[in-house]
Design a protein around this ligand. Structure first.
Ligand code: G6P
Length: 603
């Protein structure tokens, strides 16, 4: 989704901004632009629909500048176009904005009545007008504009009349400051800063900062000073490079053995055959008191939550379910004191998940965050948390963070299970299963060629069903999600048992099915579903442990067997490769699927 990068210091800001914009590309965007102050104090702006590389190629050689702001836009108000791209400028003021101004119509009417002329369809341009209109010091002008605004913003402002500074502000859309040596950076996402600094400051909602080369000051909207403690972040620049892989998605799928190792590191307790999660902040007595677990997330985070709910219910015998955070927050949820709520998010910035977490904490619910991005908004909004430690995920579609989230849930289930009814022997069995996961994932990855050839076959169809029963069901859902996101083929997941209650009407030679069939107590039932499909001459690819009768399936992808509870984690991996290779076969932009953004920071 939209990205911001800004710079003030002695360098030419143009290469810094372009580099930052390129790093923000992974979030998804449709246009890009930058504004810099020339040496003579003139405001220079270039913006265009399309890629950052195209924008860079079009810049004249003399396009250089002092402080500057840059933006990648993901259209919400107004179509993707040159005019709607940011920055938006009014007189000497230029702004870039992430978020949505909810009272835009009302503010625009007032501005037009006062003589303002608009050159875009965006809600963001209103901010430039409001700031330019307040003829005072920039910081004061930004504050006065923001007090009129209802909505969310991550904002960076440049003013040709005050060429030594930027003003940035945050409400509901992240802004970080990066501290350098006599230079300062600001961005909406760490990825745009890591090349330059490891010292960052996260702004809080309702904060405004004046940023100059030698430092920054932060204030509330009513001009009260706030104090901020810089944090030193651990970030590996290599995580933002594809390292010889054709795509980040491919790289991130292949990182999974190491990622799972990292998730498990120091968290398995051999003495009591349980798991320790330091960030849980809950003693055994409190954990015993949990009567229900409710998991909330969006997209793949929600599907990982479905898998997590199953793990918790199976191992800890605590009723658990997952729900799309976006649905939950709008239905005036009943919040119970003895329920453990879990907010799941790779980015830690998904607006719907954040809103669900905020609604829960407001009502006194206890919320645990399962988040990848350290210091992110959701991580900070939760009472306690477990970080994934999966490293930055650049491809829009989640792979390694799905697996990392599922593994965290397995640890949580083991921990809660061992406090409730899971025996020592079962604790030992699950711990051993968890330890075996990295090698077994590597075994699945070694079958890539075989999976790619199945993917090529399936990519010739217009769509497909994904089916699974109980443990296979969340796997099928995430499998369908992956395929949709990157191949654009229609993919629909169904519980295998539901097939005959409607969808079977669609099954025939033109609609294949991918069936997730672990060797568990439901294997016979699953095979009979395959019989129903074959009777309608539907093509079948099975992902499972034992090869079905050749009459029942055209393709079989063999996955190593772990413990029944943990099998869904492994069964998900070939489906990632299936989606990836289908997308490659179809020639799609795998890492930046159309219409999607890495983190959706608006409603
Ligand atoms: C977007 C992405 C999905 C992702 C979802 C949740 O919709 O396109 O791939 O699963 O957000 O993101 P989060 O950062 O909260 O895990």
């Amino acid at each position: 989704m939209c990205g911001i990068v800004a710079y003030v210091g002695s360098r030419d800001s143009v290469p810094v901004l372009l580099e930052g914009l390129a790093r923000l590309e992974y979030r998804g965007y449709d246009s890009a632009g930058l504004a810099v102050l020339g040496r003579s104090g003139d405001l220079r702006i270039r913006k265009a629909k399309g890629r950052v590389a195209d924008l860079a190629a079009e810049l004249p050689a003399r396009f250089k500048g002092g402080p500057g702001i840059g933006h990648t836009r993901w259209a919400t108000h107004g179509e993707p176009s040159d005019a709607n791209a940011h920055p938006h400028a009014v007189g000497p003021v230029a702004i870039v904005h992430n978020g949505i101004i909810e009272n835009a119509d009302e503010l625009r009417t007032g501005l037009v009545a006062r003589g303002a002329q608009f050159s875009s369809d965006t809600d963001s341009e209103i901010l430039a007008h409001l700031i330019a209109e307040a003829d005072t010091d920039l910081e004061e002008a930004v504050r006065s504009a923001l007090t009129q605004v209802v909505g969310t913003y991550g904002l960076a402002v440049l003013d040709a009349r005050q060429p030594d500074r930027l003003v940035v502000a945050r409400n509901g859309s992240p802004v970080l400051l990066g501290i350098g040596e006599r230079e300062m950076f600001a961005a909406s996402d760490l990825s745009a800063l890591v090349r330059y600094t490891r010292q960052v400051v996260h702004l809080d909602d309702g904060e405004v900062a004046t940023v100059q080369a030698d430092g920054f000051r932060t204030f509330t909207l009513d001009a009260q000073r706030t104090t901020k403690q810089p944090a030193v972040i651990e970030a590996d620049l290599g995580s933002y490079e594809a390292d010889g892989h054709a795509h980040f998605m491919h790289k991130e799928i292949h990182e999974q053995p190491q990622v799972v190792e990292r998730v498990l590191r120091g968290r398995l307790d051999e003495r009591f055959n349980t798991a320790h999660l330091g960030g849980l902040k809950m003693d055994a007595r409190e954990a015993r008191g949990i009567r229900r677990v409710k998991i909330l997330g969006c997209g793949s985070a929600y599907y990982a939550g479905l898998l997590g709910a199953q793990l918790i219910e199976e191992m800890a015998r605590i009723p658990a379910d997952a729900e799309a955070a976006s649905e939950f927050r709008y239905r005036n949820p009943v919040v119970e004191a003895d329920t453990l709520y879990v907010g799941v998010s790779q980015s830690g910035e998904t607006y719907d998940t954040l809103a669900a977490v905020q609604e829960l904490t407001r009502k006194g619910g206890r919320v645990l965050g399962v988040v990848n991005t350290v210091g992110s908004t959701i991580a900070r909004a939760c009472d306690a948390g477990v970080y994934l430690h999966a490293g930055p995920e650049v491809s829009v579609t989640s792979t390694k963070t799905f697996t990392a989230t599922a593994t965290v849930f397995a640890l949580l289930a083991l921990h809660l299970g061992r406090i409730h009814d899971l025996s020592t022997a079962d604790g030992r069995r699950i711990s051993a299963g968890l330890r075996a996961l990295p090698d077994q994932i590597a075994q699945v990855l070694a079958m890539e060629e075989e999976i790619a050839s199945v993917a090529k076959e399936l990519a010739q169809y217009r769509g497909m069903f994904f089916v699974g029963r109980v443990r296979g069901w969340p796997v099928a859902r995430e499998g369908a999600q992956k395929l949709k996101e990157v191949s654009y083929l229609h993919a629909e997941a169904y519980p295998a048992s539901e097939l005959k209650h409607g969808p079977l009407a669609l099954v025939g030679p033109e609609l294949p099915t991918v069936a997730v069939i672990p060797d568990d107590e439901l294997v016979e039932k699953n095979l009979s579903t395959l019989g129903e499909i074959r009777a309608r001459r539907g093509r079948v690819a099975v992902v499972g442990h034992s090869a079905p009768d050749v009459k029942l399936a055209d393709d079989f992808i063999a996955v190593p067997k772990n413990e029944p509870e943990l099998d869904p984690i492994l069964l998900s991996v070939p489906l990632q490769l299936l989606a990836y290779h289908a997308a490659v076969a179809l020639g799609n932009d795998v890492d930046r699927p159309r219409n999607l953004a890495k983190s959706v920071t608006v409603e």
